[in-house]
Design a binder for this molecule. Sequence first.
Ligand SMILES: NC(=O)c1ccc[n+]([C@@H]2O[C@H](COP(=O)([O-])OP(=O)(O)OC[C@H]3O[C@@H](n4cnc5c(N)ncnc54)[C@H](OP(=O)(O)O)[C@@H]3O)[C@@H](O)[C@H]2O)c1
Length: 214
Amino acid sequence: MKVGVLGSGVVAQVLAGGFIKHGHQVMLGTRDTAKLADWVKQHQGAQAGSFADAAKFGELVVLAVKGTVALEAAKAAGGANLAGKPVMGATNPIADAAPVNGVLKFFTNLDEALMERLQRAFPDAHFVKAFNSVGNAMMINPQYKAGKPTMFICGNNDQAKATVSGICDQFGWDVADMGKVEAARAIEPLCMLWCILGFARNEWTHAFKLLHQQ
Ligand SMILES: NC(=O)c1ccc[n+]([C@@H]2O[C@H](COP(=O)([O-])OP(=O)(O)OC[C@H]3O[C@@H](n4cnc5c(N)ncnc54)[C@H](OP(=O)(O)O)[C@@H]3O)[C@@H](O)[C@H]2O)c1
């Protein structure tokens, strides 16, 4: 698959590396391709371009930018370049304010997730929440004694969720589909819960697992 990854930070680079590892073609999108020159040199099959170039390139688009600028980055990518495509959103709505006792501050509230804002602004794109509540070190084929961890996903479009579920499977995750876009109100704050352990114990390699009785 051709994958356009919007972002140049650690999450964009780790996810892009995972796509390459599993045989996909990748273009990263950034405002400044110079900052990705070394990374592209080190990863055969990777390219870098503008946000719009990467969105246009991808059959699957990944949004991996700072939460406060997610709408801006999606606008730069261009609605027409996102239309009809799965847009896998790892982005969290973390506010530019210090955590309180290790609890991150969000700029959203429990009645409106960041992904709902994005879905409303780009109604023709098929947003799917995924990879937001695990640290980048464990995103690609993590190994845990307890088996595969759970990736909570949600989104309005079933075909887009099937595409993202396939990627989660390749990246070594069990998928728990939590439903439509509103479920992001619950999935995005999992990142707060995940980070509490990090701040409290300096542990950054845990992951969530959903247990069913049967
Ligand atoms: N760090 C983790 O382990 C982790 C885990 C799960 C989810 N997340 C979430 O993943 C997302 C990415 O995290 P990150 O740590 O890799 O990177 P980040 O530092 O949160 O974001 C970097 C990206 O944001 C873009 N950006 C910043 N200001 C911008 C602006 N004004 N307009 C357009 N784009 C702008 C940058 O674009 P340029 O390339 O143009 O500079 C860059 O691509 C975040 O939402 C984070 O909450 C992080």
